[in-house]
Write a protein that binds this ligand. Structure first.
Ligand code: HXC
Ligand code: NAP
Length: 303
């Protein structure tokens, strides 16, 4: 009985430590502030891939802290729906814009539109990405290129456009959404791991080059984050059911609100002396988890 009571108290403590979450692409039904509610008051954030998953939650948390947002990706219907929900829950403005981060012209037009609508942009979140599980030999040349194009070139393209059109003269904060896949060479992930490793290097290069213009460049490297497309595509639910997360030091998947709080920290004056940093937010997963889940997921990999 004593052990059961201790374990119930422990579960309650853990639950209290976990910020609110909703597993679908909807906004939170309740929210408890950790930071000052006006941390981003009257700032403007441009968030690629802000219509779903982690990007959508970042948009919501930023807006709850007084920020207006632009959410930009390929699917305008999805963005329109997301923008309505975001404005309804936060009372802030959200402008949905259609871009493909592989097409610099589409980014230039969107940043022009942002400046026309809001007159400024303070934060860029490079969150757009594409991923799937695939062994190296089954990966076509074009499949590898596609992921590098979206994740790496897309991050560079968007950063360069926002810098040249606004940050160069006004300063700003860039937050790249990375991953830990390349740290230990995750199986079936040579495309995404290579792309995100390049983004980590880019984070440091641009921090060095753009620091003198008052631009900070940082990254968040999430682990497995429940309720996201990435989690589903990379076999998260199956891994969780098979107990694979017990090997993670914090013994669970992360949630979208936790990632949004990391992005908020890096985007805001809370991290005013931090640049070129990669904030790993994975519950310690990359330190201890297996880097080959192919057997668990029933996927044949190269010998
Ligand atoms: C192998 C695949 C594939 C798959 C596509 N391809 N899906 N190869 N396995 N599952 C190949 C195609 O055959 C084609 O090569 C090439 O990739 C390009 O495919 P398209 O469909 O033409 O590309 P596109 O329409 O541009 O779409 C990009 C995409 C798509 C990445 C393939 O899945 C997408 O839009 N994804 C966005 C959403 C997403 O992925 N979210 C998860 C992010 S999570 P060929 O040779 O046939 O022309 C994430 C998590 C990281 O990044 C870390 C987690 C721990
Ligand atoms: P998601 O909901 O699929 O987010 C990816 C977003 O990118 C989508 O909104 C998509 O919107 C957009 N996008 C894709 N290709 C694009 C393109 N060419 N141009 C513009 N936008 C594009 O997946 P997620 O799981 O939340 O992932 C968000 C970020 O977290 C990614 O950077 C991912 O690598 C990272 N991450 C996720 C996890 C995880 O467990 N989920 C772990 C580590 C890292 P459209 O389809 O409308 O274009």
């Amino acid at each position: 009985f004593i052990l059961q009571t201790i374990s119930m108290a422990e579960s309650k403590r853990k639950a209290e430590l976990l910020p609110e979450d909703v597993g679908t692409d909807d906004c939170l039904t309740s929210y408890t502030y950790i930071y000052s509610p006006d941390l981003l008051k009257d700032q403007v954030a441009f968030i690629t891939g802000g219509g779903s998953g982690i990007g959508l939650r970042i948009a919501e948390i930023f807006m709850r802290h007084g920020c207006d947002t632009v959410i930009a990706s390929r699917n305008l219907d999805k963005l329109n729906e997301a923008a309505k929900k975001l404005s309804a829950v936060s009372g802030r403005r959200c402008l949905p814009l259609c871009i493909d981060v592989r097409q610099p012209d589409s980014i230039m037009a969107a940043v022009d539109e942002t400046l026309k609508e809001f007159g400024r942009v303070d934060i860029l979140v490079n969150n757009a990405a594409g991923n799937f599980l695939c062994p190296a030999t089954a990966l076509s040349f074009n499949a590898f290129k596609t992921v590098l194009d979206i994740d790496t070139l897309g991050t560079f393209n968007t950063s360069k456009v926002v810098y040249e059109k606004w940050f160069k003269d006004h300063g700003g904060s860039v937050v790249n959404i990375s991953a830990t896949l390349g740290y230990r060479g995750q199986a079936l992930q040579v495309h995404a791991g290579s792309a995100k490793a390049a983004n980590d290097a880019m984070t440091k290069h641009l921090a060095v080059e753009w620091g003198p213009s008052g631009v900070r460049v940082n990254a968040v490297a999430p682990g497995p984050i429940s309720g996201t497309e990435g989690y589903r595509r990379l076999g998260g639910p199956r891994g969780e059911a098979a107990g694979a997360f017990q090997s993670i030091p914090l013994q669970r998947a992360g949630n979208k609100t936790e990632m949004a709080h990391c992005a908020l920290f890096l985007a805001s004056r809370a991290s005013s002396y931090t640049t070129g940093a990669i904030l790993v937010a994975d519950g310690g997963a990359w330190l201890t988890s297996a880097n080959d889940f192919s057997m668990l997921l029933g996927i044949k990999r190269d010998k």
